[in-house]
Design a protein around this ligand. Structure first.
Ligand code: 5AD
Ligand code: SF4
Length: 375
């Protein structure tokens, strides 16, 4: 017989949760109940990582991709897209601008490539970003997050070696879903599996062994995904002992292969995503959690709601405007909102209205990583 669950208030006060409790918390939809969950997650965030929100300026370096993830609008077989690669000078100019504005960190994201030309290009970019951003305010230069897909341990080691700021080096590789069948379906093309979940998990292990701050995450609301799957995703975050999580709603892309399978309606999808963020905070405590840009597709204040539900990292888009239309992973991606020249001041006000302050010029490393490394 199923054990009867304790009242919501009692569950929310716990430090550890059973699978049944996690599934119950993820399923909440009553207005008062979700408010209680939100408050508990916000308070836990203040206790375990503080009152600051840290910026990682996002630079979408290239939309060239060698793989065909079924959900993604810039997958290799989208031949309607014109492909771009930012030059080293363009990347350095954005990085310098970010450092001058008080962003202590940037994130370099691109489609997945393994060729030597690309790998050594990233090495050069890392070396030069360090060289041109060391200052009295940032004595170790900009902190870097890489989001460049599955890579060999050798490549990850080369990038680490090229980084002049190894204590501020992060890598984001979402495992997307811990449901192996679903993962394999999402990453199969032309009758073969392009990616295997085990391989993605191995990549995360390599990152850990190399000393990166390890970020992972999932998409929420993937067709066929259940609440138990999401609960298993959280268990996987624990197993990986992730330092950072970045997760957001699955959104349809007309250019992707999953289009015909539809998408959850915006309101319940937003609530489920916010519940997932809140529960992840309650379970994982002292990690960094990023408010995904995709939240803003579901509501104009989506990312701010993310902050209210336990996020403490934000990734304003610093890609040059002319490239943004080329980096639509999903439809309706807000591309003009984060215009560095005007949108960011308003954004800071919105963040302050939640009771949080921006950690200007601070690394904002994952407290869990700092503890693990005795720093
Ligand atoms: N909806 C939401 N997120 C997406 N991503 C790619 N395509 C989509 C989509 N259609 C996310 C994946 C990937 C990250 C770079 O972007 O989770 O890891
Ligand atoms: Fe390429 Fe990343 Fe899109 Fe997959 S999610 S197709 S690796 S850009």
């Amino acid at each position: 017989m199923k054990k009867k669950l304790e009242p919501l208030e009692v569950i929310l006060g716990k430090a550890e949760f059973s699978d049944e409790e996690i599934v119950y918390l993820l399923s909440l939809s009553d207005k008062e109940d979700v408010k209680r969950l939100q408050r508990a997650a916000f308070d836990r965030t203040s206790q375990s990582v503080g009152h600051k929100v840290y910026y990682r300026g996002l630079i979408e370096v290239s939309n060239i991709c060698t793989v065909n993830c079924r959900y993604c609008g810039i997958r290799k077989s989208n031949h309607h897209l014109s492909r771009y690669q930012m030059t080293k000078e363009e990347i350095l100019s954005q990085a310098q601008w970010a450092a001058q504005q008080g962003f202590a960190n940037i994130c370099l994201q691109a489609g997945e490539r393994h060729d030597e030309k690309f790998v050594s290009f990233i090495c050069e970019v890392l070396e030069e970003i360090h060289a041109c951003t060391v200052s009295s305010i940032l004595p170790d230069g900009l902190g870097i997050t890489l989001s460049l897909g599955d890579q060999t341990k050798h490549t990850l080691a080369r990038w680490k070696y090229s980084s002049g700021n190894p204590n501020n080096l992060r890598y984001l590789a979402r495992f997307e879903t811990s449901n192996e069948k679903l993962f394999n379906f999402l990453h199969s093309a032309c009758g073969r599996y392009e990616k295997k979940l085990d391989h993605r998990l191995l990549c995360l292990t390599h990152l850990k062994e190399l000393g990166y701050q390890v970020g992972t995450g999932v998409m929420i609301g993937i067709p066929g995904q259940t609440l138990q799957d999401l609960c298993n995703d959280i268990r996987m975050f624990q197993k990986i002992d992730a330092d950072m999580i970045g997760m957001g709603p699955y959104l349809m892309s007309e250019a992707a292969d999953l289009c015909s399978m539809g998408q959850m309606p915006p309101k319940p999808l937003l609530q489920l995503t916010l519940n997932m963020i809140a529960v992840t905070r309650l379970v994982m405590h002292n990690i960094n959690i990023a408010a995904a840009t995709a939240l803003d597709v579901l509501a104009p204040d989506g990312r701010i709601q993310g902050i209210l539900h336990g996020c403490n990292v934000m990734m304003p888009n610093l890609s040059p405007q002319r490239y943004r239309a080329g980096y639509q992973l999903y439809d309706h991606k807000p591309s003009l909102k984060d215009d560095p020249t005007n949108g960011l001041t308003n954004f800071e006000k919105l963040i302050n209205s939640t009771g949080r302050q921006i950690g200007w010029n601070q690394s904002g490393s994952s407290p869990r990583w700092l503890v693990r490394n005795g720093l």
